[in-house]
Ligand binder design. Sequence first.
Ligand code: CS2
Length: 490
Amino acid sequence: MARLNSNLLANLQIPRPNYDRNLIKPGIVHLGIGAFHRAHQAFYTEAVMNNQGGDWGIIGCSLRSPSVQQQLQPQDGLYTLLERGADNRPQIIGAVQKVLVGPDDPAAIIAAIAEPSVKIVSLTVTEKGYCHHPASGELNLDHPDIQHDILHLDQPKSAAGFIVAGLRQRWRKGLDPVSVMSCDNLPDNGAVTRAVVTSLAEAIEPELAQWIRAHVAFPGTMIDRIVPATTESDIEWLEKEYGYRDEGLVVAEPFSQWVIEDHFCNARPAWENAGALLVQDVGHYETMKLRLLNGSHSLLAYSGYLAGYQTIYQVMQDADFVALTRTFMTSAARTFTAPANFDVSAYQQQLRERFANPGLQHKTWQIAMDGSQKIPQRWLNSLRSLIANKRDTQIYAFALAAWIRYVSGTDETSQPIQVSDPHAATFADIWREHNGDVLRLTQVFFSLEAIFAKELRQNTAIQQQTADWLNAIMNWGIKKALKDLLASIQ
Ligand code: CS2
């Protein structure tokens, strides 16, 4: 079966780049070229180049594994973005010009950032890729990758290290600064990125840090599109329907949203012409999305997995879980100010419909990953606000109980759960040590400073409530505990 590449393009009966890929220069270096970036920022950038051209080629960088390079290099950087909703809509994206792999050739990534035509460095490196303390937003100077980068900035490992090294080259060469744009699901992602980059620069070369503070912009963004990991059966489906093989296939829902703080220190693509919203302040959008969409996602991931559901679609076929989602969203919506003129109930309804998209095989296990990095902004900030306003916190206690139960590493049929989290070993230790005493176990979880802010570490009432739900889940199973929760809230 023919593999996707430039020569094959002319024979395909599906939308494809209408600009000359050989003529464009790189304008963006993207760190963390996973499926999410390829379905989101690359898709918007592609639309800009299709409509009005411009030198916005993307140099994609993987900071860990060479797999995306292996997928895209033989395909000349081309890949299919397949939207799955009421119908299937494939499109070939041409914006990615090259994929570099950090561990293989760190100097190439630094040199790419220092290319005169490059104007933006963007990132999707996941929450833990910032090497920061989630509670304070500050760089964790003890992180092994950061320690390494302080000593060997010419061969960085961390995202911040690559950015500082690239900016240092631009600064030394007297080039314009580039804007550094985070596209990760973190509150105030622009400010977090600025903090980690400038702190690392400060630890290496204070004058460089000063230049960065004075000249580099760190726009914040809110990004949204559900992009499950591609499966072999997706690739086979495309092969059967369209007659070519694409190892770099990306599957996404039709919906996408991008809100960007209009604060750039260098040129940017006219993403607003491709549907992005350029605003002065993304904060309200970001909080709303993190607490409603991602908050529900994590809740459904832990509780749904325990109930035996593999995908979010399956979870949403269970009426009790739909009721759980609705109740959770009502509670979360009490904790933030919505963006001006925004219909939050319509947004919630739309989220439930998006979760129920039968075309997406979005695994509960995938979303359950890295809970320690996600829970603070998805649940705990809302929970603190509910506590401060003396509102009902049951649903958050239930959510936390489901998470604690999940990270025990064993499911309700005694099968192992592969817990993927930087703190997985600590969670296993806590379970081993306190298995017989649920309240004590819960208290020890709440004492983890990397996850729980002081107010929650000291709040015995919420710990007791969580322990009660954990007991319920352990004694009766998640489905019965959920019925009780719904009965107690209604
Ligand atoms: C998900 C997100 O994996 C997860 O944790 O909650 O990736 C989610 O699908 C995106 O943020 C949607 O925009």
